[in-house]
Design a protein around this ligand. Structure first.
Ligand code: FES
Length: 80
């Protein structure tokens, strides 16, 4: 059981790069990466289509392309 609605450390700054990676925080799988401008992105690591981990997809610019059917999501998780 975890306290919700509070801050937790997820990673060191240098650990988040322009590569997709999965981290687990409070038992939740999160796909994290850094944009081309250096911003941080954290999305639920589950494609809304079939729940395939987005961290297994690939980065296209600042978006994430799901590795299964190719739906693409922006930094806010919107399908674009
Ligand atoms: S499972 Fe991601 S696009 Fe279908």
């Amino acid at each position: 059981m975890f306290l919700k609605n509070t801050w937790y450390v997820a990673a060191w700054d240098h650990e988040i790069t322009h590569e997709l990676q999965q981290i687990v925080v409070l038992g939740q799988k999160i796909c994290v990466y850094r944009t081309t401008g250096g911003g941080l992105v954290a999305l639920e690591d589950a494609c809304p289509h079939r729940k395939v981990p987005l961290s297994k997809g690939r980065i296209k610019g600042d978006t994430v392309e799901c590795g299964y059917h190719g739906l693409t999501f922006d930094c806010a998780g919107r399908c674009v």
